[in-house]
Each structure stands twice: as C-alpha cells, then as structure tokens.
Design a protein around this ligand. Structure first.
Ligand code: GNR
Ligand code: NI
Length: 167
C-alpha cells in the first residue's frame, strides 16, 4: 500500500471530468487500496480519484468511527435522490476550511465493486452527503461551488491566509 498525494485547490486538475473505469484489473484494486490508506491517513471520510490525479470514476469512503467500514464505488450513478439536509462540509483539497452545503438526504446509487460486479445501495445522513461530495469531484465540481460568491471569496481568502501562516 502507498499514500498518494492529494491535489489542493486551486489546482486545475481538480476540474477534470473523470472517465468511466473500463478495466477491472490488479492496478484498479491497488489504486482503491492506496486511496483508502490515503483517506484514513489524512484523515478523511471520503476520497475521489480526481483528488489523487487519477481521472477515472472511482471513489472510496468510510464514515465509521472505527475505520472498519470501507466502501469502494466504481462508476457510481445516482438513481434516486430525495429530501434536503444541510451539513457542514470539509474537503481534503481545501485543508482547514468548512462550509454549510445543502444536498439530498436520501439517495440510491448504482455502482460496481473493484471486480466489476454491479450493486446498488441506499444511503442517508453523512454517507449520502459524502457520496454526493465525492461524485461531484468526479465531474470536476467542489463544495465551494455551491456557496454565494461572497461566502466563497471569504473562505478562499481564509485558505490563503492559513497557507501563508503554515509557510
Ligand atoms: O473528510 C471529509 N469530510 C467531509 C465532511 C463533510 C462532508 C464531506 C466530507 S468529504 C471529506 C473528504 C474529501 O474531501 N473528499 O472528497
Ligand atoms: Ni472533497
């Protein structure tokens, strides 16, 4: 296993639209494992392939406190979405900044596992938020895109300030 480098805003590669995964081989399994290791180490609850500069439709997540419920979704598709909820979100590509984002609170997703086997799952709460956040990354979208221009520029200035402080 290996830890991967996470791209940070405003890296233009975060805006690349991922292509479908079409080869379910050992390299894909290794990528999924490395993404999980990278996510746990960060620490984070989800990671999209886009964030590690791999532009394929693949995401990993684990919202459990024990870090014992890893999920890998390959070629995820949203089948259903209902309800709205506001959650304070963070993103490993925007270290140290947080903002409220409204999303669907119940979703049904179709995806494949790392072997290519199709499955469907229902999600709600933090799992639903996280899957939607990761699926956005796969189309080049990031959470601050949902904010008003004023709120966004405030947060991005805060991000810059923190970076300057960190050297
Ligand atoms: O670690 C993460 N936490 C988080 C909290 C609330 C809503 C979404 C997330 S995802 C984020 C990891 C990340 O950046 N994934 O793309
Ligand atoms: Ni993110």
């Amino acid at each position: 296993m290996a830890r991967l480098h996470i791209l940070e805003f405003p890296d233009p590669r975060l805006r690349i639209r991922a292509q479908p995964v079409d080869t379910f081989d050992a390299a894909l399994k290794k990528l999924a494992e490395d993404m999980l290791e990278t996510m746990y180490a960060a620490p984070g609850i989800g990671l999209a392939a886009t964030q590690v500069d791999v532009h394929r439709r693949l995401l990993v997540l684990d919202v459990s406190e024990q870090h014992d419920s890893p999920l890998v979704l390959v070629n995820p598709r949203l089948l259903k979405a209902s309800g709205r909820e506001v959650c304070q979100e963070g993103c490993l590509s925007f270290p140290g900044i947080f903002a409220d984002v409204e999303r669907a609170d119940k979703i049904r997703v179709a995806a494949q596992d790392v072997s290519g086997k199709p499955f469907e799952m229902d999600a709600d709460g933090l799992t639903a938020v996280c899957i939607q956040h990761e699926m956005d990354h796969l189309v080049g979208k990031v959470f601050v895109d949902y904010l008003s221009p004023l709120k966004r520029s405030l947060l991005l200035r805060r991000l810059e300030k923190q970076r300057r402080k960190a050297g």
